[in-house]
Structures are given as structure tokens and as C-alpha cells.
Design a protein around this ligand. Structure first.
Ligand code: ADP
Ligand code: MG
Length: 266
């Protein structure tokens, strides 16, 4: 049953950019509290636009959008993790992770236990003094995720965070991400995770929403009926294969040329 107050709800959301480009048309989606949902679609279909609207970084042109954690006086914070680690190059891992707390006025010494706990949680306990340039791509992303988790967000918005990483690092971070997510008390963190990888979407989420090419709409939904915790072994199961196949088909349908523009049969 859907929870009475969703973490995110979009109803018939439109987004038209200033230049006139219609990026999103009638996007409706819902993420329940504590749910992990993936948003899948090819480049340019509007995935980042959806996340930016949810995060309040941009305004919708029409429709309704609700993300209670974001309301003034809301019940929690939202953390956004971008594809690029976006760390401050002149600051240590510790200082990068402290940043969101510093912006809330938390002094370094008060923040230190929490910062160290989060760094340890992402496997960077020994790297608090390291600068971003001294960290590998995977470690930079871990630091970015630590920075997102340090405020104990209610809502985690991730925009292709692992797309730039090699496959092995990506799989490892997928597993670790689920562990961190699950390590939160109760239904603490709801997640909307954008990716263009079918396997990543299936591995991580309880539901995958498939977007059509521009203007973006949600055209299919595939459930992944596998309980958490999930380990690498999940990748070898029939459930995983079935969900990947269903999703592959949904994507193909979503991106097949429209009948009116398809080539005439010979
Ligand atoms: P995705 O994340 O799925 O790759 P985006 O949400 O970034 O797609 O972009 C969707 C479409 O909107 C693309 O065609 C993109 O070029 C366009 N777009 C994104 N941001 C802007 C903007 N600020 N102004 C105009 N067009 C934009
Ligand atoms: Mg994008």
C-alpha cells in the first residue's frame, strides 16, 4: 500500500525551457517513504530535469510536485549527488564532508565525530587528510556520497553518480550504496536514483521507472521483487535476469520510432 505521505510525488509535471524546448510532458511519479526507485532512460530524455525539479533547483512549468522533506519547516533534508564528484579541490576529504554541516553553522570540532563516522562508513577512514586530486575516481565519489550523507538526509537524489566509473568500481559502489541505505534506521532514506544502466537500476531499486525520449514521460514501470539486503549473488539469479529483460523490452518500446515517423514497410 502506498504510504499516505510520499517522499516525492509528481503529477502531470511539464517543463518547458526558456528557449521553448519541451523537456518533460505529463510526468507523474511517486516515491514512497523509505523506497528506492530508479529512473531509467537514454541521454537527453529529461532525467536530470526531473531530479532538479524535485530538488527545487529549477521550477516546473506546470503540474504538481510535492517533496515534503523540501518544504520550509519540512521533516528532513535532501541530498543531491551529481555524476561528477563536485568536491572542492583545495579542501581535504574531511573538509569537503564537513561543508554541509559548516553551512549549517556546526563548528569543526563539533562536526568531527559525525564527519569521521561517515567517512569510515564509505571506506575512507584513512583518507580524511587527502585532497581530491590524491583520490581515485571511485574514492572521490565515495567522498561525495559521504558529504551527502553527513546531514542525515531523508531524501537522496542521485544523478548517474557512478556513470564515469569503471564497471568493477561501479558494482562495488552499488553494493556499498545499498548497505549505507539499509544501515539507516527505519525507513529513513527515500532514494530516487537516475541511471541509464539497466543492470544498475535492477540491482539497486525496488521499482524502475522508464522514461521515453524527449519530451520525457514515464512510459513503463518494472518492479524488482527481490528483498534487501542484496549482494553480488543477486546478479546471477533468475529474478535479476527477468527484471533486466523486462526493462530492456520496455526501453526498446519507449524508444521505438513513432508509427508516423517509422519507415514504410517495403
Ligand atoms: P538527461 O538527464 O536525461 O540526459 P536532461 O534532463 O539533462 O536529460 O535534459 C533534457 C533535455 O532538456 C535535453 O534535450 C537538454 O538539452 C534540455 N535541457 C536541459 N537543461 C536545459 C536548459 N537549462 N535550457 C534548455 N534546455 C535544457
Ligand atoms: Mg542527466
Amino acid at each position: 500500500m502506498a504510504s499516505p505521505t510520499p517522499a516525492i510525488e509528481l503529477q502531470q509535471v511539464h517543463k518547458r525551457f526558456a528557449g521553448g524546448l519541451l523537456a518533460l510532458q505529463d510526468v507523474s511519479l511517486r516515491v514512497a517513504r523509505g523506497e528506492f526507485v530508479a529512473l531509467l532512460g537514454p541521454s537527453g530524455c529529461g532525467k536530470s530535469t526531473v531530479l532538479r525539479l524535485v530538488a527545487g533547483l529549477d521550477a516546473a512549468s506546470g503540474g504538481q510536485l510535492q517533496a515534503p522533506a523540501l518544504q520550509p519547516g519540512g521533516d528532513g533534508t535532501t541530498a543531491f549527488v551529481f555524476q561528477q564528484p563536485t568536491l572542492m579541490p583545495w579542501a581535504s576529504a574531511f573538509d569537503n564532508v564537513w561543508l554541509p554541516l559548516r553551512l549549517q553553522g556546526v563548528p569543526r570540532s563539533t562536526a568531527a565525530p559525525r564527519v569521521r563516522q561517515v567517512l569510515a562508513g564509505v571506506g575512507l577512514a584513512e583518507f580524511e587528510h587527502a585532497y581530491p586530486a590524491e583520490l581515485s575516481g571511485g574514492m572521490q565519489m565515495r567522498a561525495s556520497i559521504a558529504r551527502a550523507l553527513v546531514t542525515q538526509p531523508q531524501l537522496l537524489l542521485m544523478d548517474e553518480p557512478f556513470a564515469a566509473l569503471d564497471d568493477i568500481t561501479r558494482r562495488k559502489l552499488n553494493t556499498d550504496l545499498l548497505q549505507w541505505w539499509q544501515g539507516q534506521p527505519g525507513d529513513a532514506i527515500s532514494a530516487l536514483f537516475v541511471t541509464h544502466s539497466v543492470t544498475e537500476a535492477v540491482f539497486l531499486s525496488q521499482r524502475v521507472l522508464v522514461m521515453s525520449a524527449r519530451p520525457g514521460r514515464i512510459v513503463a514501470e518494472v518492479a524488482v521483487p527481490e528483498p534487501y539486503p542484496r549482494t553480488q549473488a543477486f546478479r546471477l539469479t533468475p529474478t535479476f535476469a527477468d527484471a533486466c529483460r523486462a526493462l530492456g523490452q520496455a526501453l526498446e518500446l519507449a524508444h521505438a520510432p513513432l508509427p508516423s515517423t517509422a519507415a514504410s514497410p517495403a
